[in-house]
Design a protein around this ligand. Structure first.
Ligand code: 1HN
Length: 347
């Protein structure tokens, strides 16, 4: 007994002493730090367009785009409340811009993507080039490029914003600045970058093939949809993902954004996908069709405008009633660069 007490005192003193010195025993936390398979606080979730659209529109009565700088409702993962995250490494939000409004020009080290859900003909300007936005269009705002948005159409426009905010947080590399005027100077004609770099051609001179960011910043849905349509009758369908294309940087065939992979996929009518899982937690947005995604054992029924998240390493499969088209993004390029990316199809 005496011996036990002495040992306990000795141990307690040890733990107290090291705590004072900001030392901690690894053996108490090791199994939480180095897990046998990925663990995350992120949970699967589906935001139904029919439930959220009205609130996004009401945000337009609460604050102006200019006052808010960016008028966005963040899609927060229910497992990570207050953290402004949809997965451990990524941010998502729904942005509204009303007719006549301007979201003022700024830049930041975070990279952003826009996927247009609703409206017709608002614009965004990136690095001196304006682009008109239509549903299904995919637009990138590379790190540290000036960008502002405006709406000269007569309807509200809503899009999905995806940013690598938590990644930049981890690296203490967040910087931002405002231009100091509402809009930037436009010095290129609309469509310039797509014509130059998105036509299967590259300028011969004065172009670095090592550029990590795609020089195409707007990928119109009309072209994406045509590619999927041409492929759908001739190509072999992936048993989990259907016909899935990745948006690329034409300079090197890599991802369009260095930190975020972006995909568009077509699932045929009556598709019954095989379960798969991958280490990149993925955010999906439905642009056409109806279907369901089974995440773990739970079914999530989706239709146009819905956004859902599959956290990393959760098994999931897609089933459709109608032909469907899904946009998605994840942190896959970062994992690939670090040699961490894993995926598997479950039998
Ligand atoms: C941002 O700059 C935009 O430019 C949208 O539209 C969302 C979220 C956090 C930080 C910057 C935009 C953002 C953002």
């Amino acid at each position: 007994m005496e011996n036990n007490n002495t040992t306990n005192n000795f141990k307690n003193n040890f733990y107290n002493d090291i705590k004072q010195l900001h030392l901690a025993p690894l053996w108490e936390v090791l199994s939480n730090l180095v897990t046998t398979s990925p663990k995350t606080k992120a949970v699967p979730h589906l935001w139904k367009w029919e439930n959220i659209k009205k609130h996004v529109l009401t945000s337009g009565e609460v604050i102006s785009a200019e006052e808010a700088e960016r008028r966005v409702l963040i899609l927060e993962n229910p497992g990570m409340k207050g953290e402004s995250k949809i997965t451990d490494t990524l941010y998502a939000g729904l942005q509204l811009i009303l007719p006549g409004e301007i979201a003022p020009s700024h830049r930041h080290t975070q990279s952003a993507l826009r996927f247009i859900i609703d409206g017709n003909g608002a614009y965004t300007t990136v690095d001196g080039e304006k682009t008109t936005m239509l549903p299904g269009d995919f637009i990138i705002t590379p790190s540290w490029t000036w960008h502002d948005h405006g709406n000269e159409s007569d309807e509200p426009m809503i899009w999905l914003d995806g940013l690598d905010i938590p990644i930049i947080q981890q690296f203490t590399s967040s910087f931002t600045e405002r231009l100091g005027q509402k809009t930037q100077i436009i010095n290129k004609p609309e469509g310039d970058s797509l014509a130059r770099f998105g036509s299967g051609l590259l300028p011969v001179n004065n172009i670095s093939l090592n550029n990590k960011v795609s020089p195409v910043f707007s990928y119109p849905y009309s072209r994406t949809r045509e590619a999927l349509e041409k492929m759908k009758n001739r190509d072999k369908w992936d048993e989990s993902h259907g016909i899935r294309l990745k948006y690329t940087n034409p300079l090197n065939g890599g991802h369009a954004i260095p930190t975020m992979a972006t995909f568009m996929q077509l699932l045929p009518k009556s598709f019954s996908g095989k379960y798969s899982r991958s280490t990149d937690g993925t955010i999906y947005c439905v642009i056409e069709g109806f279907g369901e995604t089974v995440i773990g054992e739970e079914k999530y029924n989706w239709s146009k405008g819905d956004v859902f998240v599959v956290p990393g390493w959760f098994k999931f499969k897609h089933n459709t009633q109608e032909e469907a088209v899904l946009f998605s993004y994840s942190d896959r390029p970062v994992q690939e660069m670090l040699g961490l990316f894993r995926e598997e199809v479950m039998e």
